[in-house]
Design a protein around this ligand. Structure first.
Ligand code: AMP
Length: 544
C-alpha cells in the first residue's frame, strides 16, 4: 500500500472562523438581544473577539480537554464562545436550559464543566443550581458591566465584556488531532438521565461541509440564514459552523422566537433561508395570516426535529417559500436526510414535489441507512416495508459520553435511532413513529405521525397528537388529542369523519380529546409519554 502525497492537515473548527475572517470579513452577523435591540457586526469582529476570549479562558486556567458550559440564546456572544472554546481545544458543552432544573444540574455536573458562560436571563437558575455544581470554578455572565448584578452568591462571577476587552486578540489557534473532542450536547430523553453526545472537530467539519451542499441546506456566500433552532440543541443544526465555512450573513434571533419577531427579522434582514422546528413555522404562518403579511425574500425554510405537517408545505408555498424537510438527531450532529428532489423528478409538477416534501428526505453523502425487523434482519428498501431505522457514518455517535456500549449500537456497528421508518429505492424515508410511540392495534402498527399529518390538514386544528390508549379488545387504539385554532369550532364526529378515505378503515382513530395545550419536551417535541399517561384510563365512547 502506498499513501497519497497530499498534506495531512487536520480538520479543525478554528479553520472555519479563520476562513470567514479572511474571505468574508465584512459579511454581517446580526443578533437580536434580550432587550429587543439589534446588534450587528462582521465575521472579522467575531473572529477577533473569539481570539480575545480564547486568551481570556486560558488566563483563567481553563485547559484543552476540559468541558466549558454555555447556557445562552442564539446571539453573537454565544457564537464567539463556540469558536473560542473548541478552538483552544476545550469542549463546548451547550446546556439546554429548557430541561428541568434537576436535569440541568445533572448534565453540568456529569460533564464536569469547569466554567459556565450564561446569558443574564439565566442568572436566577444558575444562582440556584451553583451550590450543587462543585466542578464549576468560573462563572461568566455573557453581558456588559451594566448587566452585572449588584450582589450575587456566585463566587468569582465575571463580566464577559470586561473579560474580552482586557485580553489581546493575538492568538494562534493551536493545531491538534482532528479527532479531538470539540462539543458536547445532551439528548433530552423522556426517561432516565439525558445522555451526552461528544462531537469531534473532524465530525463537525465534515458535517458542516456535507450539510452545506445544494441538496442539503444549499448554503453559499450569497445567502442570509436565520437559524431559529437554538444553538443549545445539536449546535443549532451545525449552522454556526457551516455559516462560517460558507461566509453567509447570519441572523441570530436571541430569545424572541414568536411569529412577529421572526417575521420582522426575515423582512428587515433580507433572510433567504431559515431553519427550525415545525411549531416555529406554525406560529409564523399564523402571525402572517392574522396580520395579512407576506414573507418577502424568503426562499426556503428547512424544517425538522419532529413530524412536519403536510399542510405547512402548501401554506409556505402560498408565500413563495419552499419547505425542505430535515431528519436528524443529536446523535447525528444532526443531519441525516433532506427532502430535495432529483433530476428525474423535474417534470413531476407540484404534486410530485409535495410527495417528496412529505418524506423526511434521502441520506446526505456520508450517512448510511438501513431498516431492520424485530430480529435485526434487514428489510427491503421498497417504500412499503417498515422497521427499526439504523444509521452509521462519520458524524454519527459511536457511544454515549461516559457510558459503556449498550443496545444503542448493534454488534456490527450501526446506531439504533429509535425511529421506525420506510425507505424507498432512492433512499427517501418516511418516519412512521418513534419506536415507543407506535400504536399497536390488534398486533398491527398504526403510524401516529400519519394520523397527525392528516388531521393537521383540517382548517380548525392548530395542533394534534395521535396517542395509543389501552383498549380491551384491540390492545391499543388511536385517540387524537387536539388543540383547536382560536375562534374555530369542530366536533369529535366531524374530526373523525375527516379521516374517511384517507387511511385504511381500521386506522381511523376511535376518539378525540380536546385540550387547550399539548405538552412539549425541552426541544419542542410532543411529549407522548405524558399524553399516554393521561389516556391510561380512557373511557371509550359507546362501550366499544
Ligand atoms: P433530537 O435528538 O432531539 O434532535 O431528536 C431526534 C428525533 O426527532 C428523531 O429520532 C426523530 O424521532 C425526530 N425527528 C427529527 N426530524 C424529524 C422529521 N423531519 N420528522 C419526524 N421526526 C423527526
Amino acid at each position: 500500500m502506498q499513501y497519497g502525497q497530499m498534506m495531512d492537515q487536520p480538520l479543525l473548527i478554528s479553520s472555519l472562523i479563520k476562513h470567514a475572517e479572511q474571505y468574508h470579513g465584512d459579511t454581517e452577523v446580526v443578533s437580536r438581544l434580550s432587550d429587543g435591540s439589534i446588534h450587528r457586526y462582521t465575521w472579522a469582529e467575531a473572529a477577533r473577539r473569539a481570539r480575545q476570549l480564547a486568551n481570556a479562558l486560558g488566563t483563567l486556567g481553563l485547559k484543552p480537554g476540559e468541558c466549558i458550559g454555555t447556557m445562552a440564546w442564539n446571539t453573537y456572544r454565544h457564537l464567539e464562545a463556540y469558536y473560542a472554546i473548541s478552538g483552544l481545544g476545550a469542549i463546548c458543552h451547550t446546556v439546554n436550559h429548557r430541561l428541568f432544573p434537576d436535569q440541568v444540574r445533572y448534565i453540568v455536573d456529569h460533564a464536569e464543566d469547569r466554567a459556565l458562560l450564561f446569558d443574564a436571563d439565566f442568572l436566577p437558575l444558575v444562582e440556584r443550581l451553583a451550590p450543587e455544581l462543585p466542578h464549576v470554578r468560573t462563572w461568566i455572565l455573557l453581558g456588559a458591566r451594566a448587566q452585572m448584578p449588584a450582589h450575587s452568591p456566585l463566587a468569582n462571577l465575571l463580566c464577559y465584556e470586561d473579560l474580552v476587552a482586557s485580553h489581546s486578540d493575538h492568538y494562534a489557534w493551536p493545531q491538534f488531532d482532528e479527532r479531538t473532542a470539540s462539543g458536547l450536547c445532551y439528548t433530552s430523553g423522556t426517561t432516565g438521565h439525558p445522555k451526552g453526545v461528544l462531537y469531534a472537530h473532524r465530525s463537525t467539519v465534515l458535517h458542516a461541509l456535507a450539510s452545506s451542499l445544494p441538496d442539503a441546506f444549499d448554503l453559499s456566500a450569497g445567502s442570509c440564514v436565520l437559524p431559529v433552532v437554538p444553538m443549545f440543541h445539536v449546535n443549532g443544526w451545525g449552522l454556526p459552523y457551516s455559516a462560517a465555512l460558507n461566509g453567509i450573513k447570519l441572523v441570530l434571533p436571541g430569545n424572541r422566537l414568536d411569529g412577529a419577531s421572526i417575521h420582522q427579522l426575515i423582512v428587515e434582514e433580507e433572510v433567504t433561508m431559515a431553519t427550525g422546528v415545525p411549531t416555529v413555522w406554525l406560529n409564523l404562518l399564523q402571525h402572517c395570516e392574522t396580520n395579512r403579511l407576506r414573507l418577502h425574500g424568503l426562499k426556503r425554510v428547512v424544517v425538522g426535529g419532529s413530524a412536519v405537517p403536510d399542510s405547512m408545505t402548501g401554506h409556505l408555498a402560498e408565500h413563495g417559500v419552499e419547505l425542505r424537510q430535515l431528519w436528524g438527531m443529536t446523535e447525528m450532529s444532526p443531519c441525516g436526510t433532506m427532502s430535495a428532489p432529483k433530476f428525474k423528478h423535474r417534470h413531476g409538477g407540484t404534486a410530485l414535489m409535495r410527495q417528496l416534501q412529505a418524506t423526511q428526505g434521502r441520506p446526505l453523502f456520508g450517512v448510511e441507512m438501513r431498516i431492520v425487523d424485530g430480529a435485526g434482519e434487514p428489510l427491503p428498501h421498497d417504500g412499503v416495508a417498515f422497521g427499526n431505522l439504523q444509521v452509521r457514518g462519520p458524524w454519527v455517535l459511536s457511544r454515549y459520553f461516559k457510558r459503556d456500549l449498550d443496545a444503542s449500537h448493534t454488534d456490527d456497528g450501526w446506531f439504533n435511532t429509535g425511529d421506525v421508518a420506510k425507505l424507498d429505492a432512492d433512499g427517501y424515508m418516511r418516519i412512521t413513529d418513534r419506536t415507543k410511540d407506535v400504536i399497536k392495534s390488534g398486533g398491527e402498527w398504526i403510524s401516529s405521525i400519519e394520523l397527525e399529518n392528516i388531521l393537521m390538514g383540517h382548517p380548525a386544528v392548530a395542533e394534534t397528537a395521535a396517542v395509543a390508549a389501552p383498549h380491551p379488545k384491540w390492545d391499543e387504539r388511536p385517540v387524537m388529542v387536539v388543540v383547536l385554532k382560536q375562534g374555530t369550532q369542530a366536533t369529535r364526529d366531524e374530526l373523525l369523519q375527516f379521516f374517511q378515505g384517507k387511511v385504511a378503515k381500521w386506522w381511523i382513530p376511535d376518539d378525540v380529546l380536546f385540550v387547550d395545550e399539548l405538552p412539549h419536551t425541552a426541544t419542542g417535541k410532543l411529549q407522548k409519554l405524558k399524553l399516554r399517561e393521561m389516556l391510561r384510563d380512557h373511557r371509550w365512547p359507546n362501550d366499544q
